[in-house]
Design a protein around this ligand. Sequence first.
Ligand code: NAD
Length: 304
Amino acid sequence: MKTVIIGAGAMGSLFGGLLTLSGEEVWLVDIWKEHIDAIRLKGLAIEEKGKTLNISIKATTDVRSIGKADLVLYFVKTYHSEKAVSDSLVLEKEDTLFLTLQNGLGNEETICKQVDRKKVALGVTGHGATLLGPGYIRHAGWGKTYVGEIDGRIADRMNKVAQMFIKSGIETKVSPRIHDLIWEKLFVNAGLNALAGITGLRNGQILDFPETLRLMEALVNEAIEVAGKKGIRIEGNPIDRVKAVIEATRENRCSMGQDLDRKRRTEIDAINGAVVREAERLGIPVHYNRMITDLVKVIEKTFI
Ligand code: NAD
């Protein structure tokens, strides 16, 4: 399956590297020239559990040079999606599948504005990666990846994608309830990212202070209420699952924290901001999510 990854940062490079190692034809596309030049010159370096893999992989800044793709995989930050999707339209043929594994809400809508929704699929991944420098990433976390059709069908094309991922060591399942899983991941991101981001804490410290624990639970409970009203099926106790993820990544500084530390734009609009937007549509008050969204947005404004 000829796969083109749009956004070859931490996660795009991780997936691209693993797929290439398993023998798949993969192209990495990124607008960051220094990174692409480094990959072309020296290969992609993936640091994993203390070892570094060096992978020879096709990489370009010019998506038009690739031809058509069987699979287009989006791994840009959510605020770059609109442009990335429009750039990627040159890759489209009759049966191209457009898949997003980005975090947050709104990715489906952004892609479907420009691509026929029959060609779009969604997913979430529990893997984590960090960009260390041009051509150099760290595989920082392991977890399951889920992919699924928007309408919940278990289609042959989704099984093919899952098989390809599994062959490359990415544990993957096709889910008939991908929207539920996107919200499940959102609960973690909504409870953790902005809160750890603005307090400067590492993930696990959120559980150590009664104040941050209370705030985390309030943020997640609001998101759960919105999800429930939207008809998202929530199993078990999501707060416990959020706590378990935070505990398992105790020593990490979350990605929004790293973005704020480096004075970079965050994905707040796709995370707590998205909870606020959905809540407004449903007439549900979500004061905690609104406040944290506003705080992060003001911090971002001071970067300019
Ligand atoms: P990143 O910032 O490391 O990489 C994004 C890349 O996209 C950058 O290299 C940027 O130059 C590139 N880009 C921007 N606009 C582009 C365009 N028009 N065409 C091509 N490339 C473009 O981000 P990341 O950490 O890899 O995250 C990507 C997505 O995956 C986000 O939605 C994030 O929330 C999600 N995610 C990240 C992790 C993680 O551990 N990093 C885990 C799960 C999900």
